[in-house]
Design a protein around this ligand. Structure first.
Ligand SMILES: [Zn+2]
Length: 415
């Protein structure tokens, strides 16, 4: 069975024309008309692939092809179609459209398989609008409550619950979204690598050994917003100079860990006037490592650093955890199936850890998981220049097809 490279390439461009941002690239945020348009297109493709299409109450989209076995479970695979601000055509979309290509190829070949096969298109993977991330897959594992949906808002004060309502999803039904891990055989995601390893290895497709754990913090430093001309240096409680000392310390401390990375990516200054001493600073911290113990140790170190520096400067500090995801290992039997598919397609077997978080992290708490990577030009992602070639995507779709077929027929071994 061969996937159709031309059809896949055309669909990447068609989906990639939805949500075009005048400032460059694509902006498809959750619960917006751009996302709705993209989802309608995906539903149409799913129907062309003869899939049974359903949607849950948080907007996760499913397309199912029924298996022929008794005691069927579901081989679930997919990714997301939301983007960051000014993002590219491949992050998320590559995983969704290759999954549909796999299903359409199976349909055209009247292929049979024991297990049910289901594509999932996760809602709000990127977290660009509500600064939370992975809303859809977090809801599937029961991590969102109605209360949380009603209290988490975007920068305009629109809560997730209100945004959902606009598109007909009901926050009060969030409990109905949860998936039963027992119903799943495994979960597989295909994603662009967003790094340079496959490019360096000169190969189109690889797979992930695991995904780094992630902690997102928001740090608020409060001082006093006094007059810049009349307040002598020794009487100031400048929140920004305090924050800058902390941010320097974050960089220094992170560099003492073997592989940990830490980034302060957002900073807001209040009142933000040229002649006013900054009274309140709020900044975010994104930190990642494959070793969760080291990661927690680093976060604890940052808590102490914030306390020490703010105390010394007579400032107040408050730290919120915005997001926490444990590192995960992908499953050996899924990776074995991936390796055999790579070999079958005369591709080099390359595996690497993933430094970026994906929905597969959440699915790992329900079932066995695997993650396929596609070579990404210059490692660029979350940018209009993000690029994966048509033939690399086709290789990825073919590896996914061959792997899905193996995983859906392994019942004797695993039941
Ligand atoms: Zn993604």
């Amino acid at each position: 069975m061969q996937i159709n490279q031309t059809r896949l390439a055309e669909r990447i461009q068609t989906l990639g024309a939805i949500g075009t941002d005048p400032q460059g690239g694509l902006t498809r945020l959750p619960f917006t008309k751009e996302e709705k348009e993209a989802k309608d297109l995906i539903k149409q493709y799913m129907q062309e692939a003869n899939l049974h299409v359903t949607e849950d109450q948080v907007g996760n989209l499913f397309g199912t092809r029924q298996g022929q076995g008794t005691n069927r479970k579901t081989v679930l695979f997919g990714s997301h179609i939301d983007t960051v601000y000014n993002g590219g055509k491949y992050d998320g979309a590559a995983g969704v459209l290759t999954a549909i290509e796999v299903m359409q190829t199976l349909a055209e070949n009247n292929a049979t398989h024991d297990d049910d096969l289901t594509i999932v298109v996760f809602t709000d993977e990127e977290g660009a609008r509500f600064s939370s991330g992975m809303l859809g897959s977090q809801a599937l594992i029961g991590n969102w409550t109605e209360d949380m949906l009603q209290t988490t808002a975007d920068k305009n004060g629109v809560t997730i619950a209100e945004a959902m309502q606009t598109y007909g999803y009901q926050a009060e039904k969030i409990d109905t979204v949860q998936l039963d891990g027992e119903s799943l055989r495994c979960f597989l995601e295909l994603h662009i690598e967003q790094g340079k390893v496959l490019e360096q290895e000169d190969t189109s497709v690889g797979y992930a050994t695991g995904i780094v754990g992630i902690r997102w913090l928001n740090v608020t430093i409060t001082g006093e917003a006094d007059h810049a001309g009349t307040t002598p240096m020794n009487l100031r409680k400048d929140a920004l100079t305090g924050a800058s000392e902390i941010i320097q310390a974050i960089e220094t401390k992170a560099s003492t860990y073997p592989s940990l990375v830490a980034t302060v990516g957002q900073l807001s200054v209040k009142p933000n006037g040229i002649n006013i001493i900054p009274g309140e600073i709020s900044f975010t911290l994104d930190t990642r490592d494959l070793d969760d113990v080291l990661l927690d140790q680093f976060v604890e170190e940052i808590h102490q650093t914030v306390e020490t520096i703010t105390e010394k400067r007579g400032l107040n500090a408050h730290i919120d955890q915005l997001n926490r995801a444990e590192s995960i290992a992908t499953s050996q039997h899924v990776n074995e199936a991936l390796e055999s598919s790579l070999k079958k397609n005369q591709l080099k077997v390359v595996s690497l850890p993933s430094g970026a978080g994906h929905d597969v992290m959440n699915m790992a708490s329900l079932t066995d998981v695997g993650l396929i990577f596609i070579r990404t030009k210059d490692g660029i992602s979350h940018h209009p220049n993000e690029f994966a070639s048509d033939s690399d995507l086709a290789d990825g779709a073919q590896v996914m097809l061959d792997t899905i077929i193996q995983l859906a027929e392994q019942k004797k071994e695993h039941d």
